[in-house]
Ligand binder design. Structure first.
Ligand SMILES: NC(=O)c1ccc[n+]([C@@H]2O[C@H](COP(=O)([O-])OP(=O)(O)OC[C@H]3O[C@@H](n4cnc5c(N)ncnc54)[C@H](OP(=O)(O)O)[C@@H]3O)[C@@H](O)[C@H]2O)c1
Length: 286
């Protein structure tokens, strides 16, 4: 059980924030911040809300997360992911609230080699989204030293747009699918990430953590596993990143090594295949 008595969750309606909200809301006083009620880019409103509630911990999940759209909305992406994160960190320091910030494997976009990236690997972000999330990390490090910065990857779960749901939808509508095969990463179920994050907070050792599903795959392999686990027979063709031609650059290899987790709370993240089975079973029951 985490030791805090009052918790703020930003982005509590989103894919990850909703996991924290559902776990904590019946256990202790929780302040929920999201659009349209509170816009974290409205500094005075954010400040007033946090000062009124006086949380001991802020789990900051609100973010601009549209990787491709960010390329044409750079100012908005930096406003939400960097500037509003700076304000959140500054206010957190003033009211002595610890802070959790979520970042992304995409900070390793231009990192060479195919060795899993640990918390001490130098980031090399490229693209607006990755750069804005990395800027957010730096804001948190600078303004609220009592932080947990958690990098994660390829999130899926309820309450948000995600790859698993997109593949199932496409399979229902199309005779065959084409999926990128030259990007390797680790799918992460938001439910597992929320559980593991709460254990990290409870352990209380501030710093950087990589938390993702264990194991790795390409998007192509992931899509085949999704269809197979869901019992859907649909042909999937591998295509290259270049032929997919998305607006934002993405890392060819961004598997995260959980070094900090192993040497602190312990790495309890399940293999991505096991989590996928859980999510699809849960999705069926909803
Ligand atoms: N999704 C992934 O694959 C992935 C991978 C690695 C890291 N991450 C990071 O993990 C965290 C959680 O991601 P997620 O996928 O759960 O995101 P999400 O589903 O997009 O949720 C983000 C939430 O924040 C809200 N929000 C956006 N701008 C806001 C603002 N100005 N004021 C208040 N609330 C605002 C969004 O509202 P609207 O929906 O109305 O905009 C949404 O409810 C983010 O920091 C993200 O960068 C995600």
């Amino acid at each position: 059980m985490i030791p805090h008595s009052r918790i703020t969750i930003t982005g509590h309606k989103g894919m990850l924030g909703s996991q924290f909200y559902s776990r904590l809301v019946n256990r202790l006083p929780v302040q929920a911040i999201d659009l349209p009620e509170i816009d974290i880019t409205d500094r005075e409103n954010l400040r007033g809300s946090l000062f009124d509630f006086q949380p001991e911990l802020i789990i900051h999940c609100a973010a601009y997360t549209d990787v491709d759209k960010a390329e044409s909305e750079a100012e908005k992406a930096f406003q939400v992911n960097a500037l509003a994160t700076r304000w959140t960190a500054q206010i957190a320091a003033e009211i002595e609230a610890q802070m959790v910030y979520f970042s992304t494997d995409y900070v390793f976009c231009d990192t060479p080699g195919v060795v899993p990236r640990n918390e001490f690997t130098l980031p090399a972000p490229r693209g607006v989204y990755a750069c804005s999330k990395f800027a957010g990390e730096q804001m948190v490090r600078r303004f609220q030293p009592q932080h947990f910065i958690i990098r994660t990857s390829w999130l899926y779960g309820s309450n948000g747009k995600n790859f698993v749901d997109a593949i199932l939808k496409a399979a229902a509508e199309k005779p065959f699918l084409s999926v990128v095969t030259d990007q390797i990463g680790s799918p992460t179920y938001t439910s597992d990430l929320a559980d593991q994050t709460l254990r990290v907070i409870e352990y209380g050792d501030f710093g950087d953590y990589h938390i993702s599903g264990n194991g790795s795959c390409s998007w192509f392999q992931f899509s085949k596993a999704i269809l197979k686990t869901a019992g859907i027979d649909r042909k999937v063709y591998p295509i290259s990143t270049a032929s997919y031609n998305a607006p934002a650059p993405r890392p060819a290899y961004s598997v995260l090594d959980h070094l900090a987790l192993r040497y602190t709370v312990g790495d309890d993240m399940p293999h991505w295949r096991k989590s996928l089975t859980h999510y699809l079973a849960e999705r069926k029951t909803v």
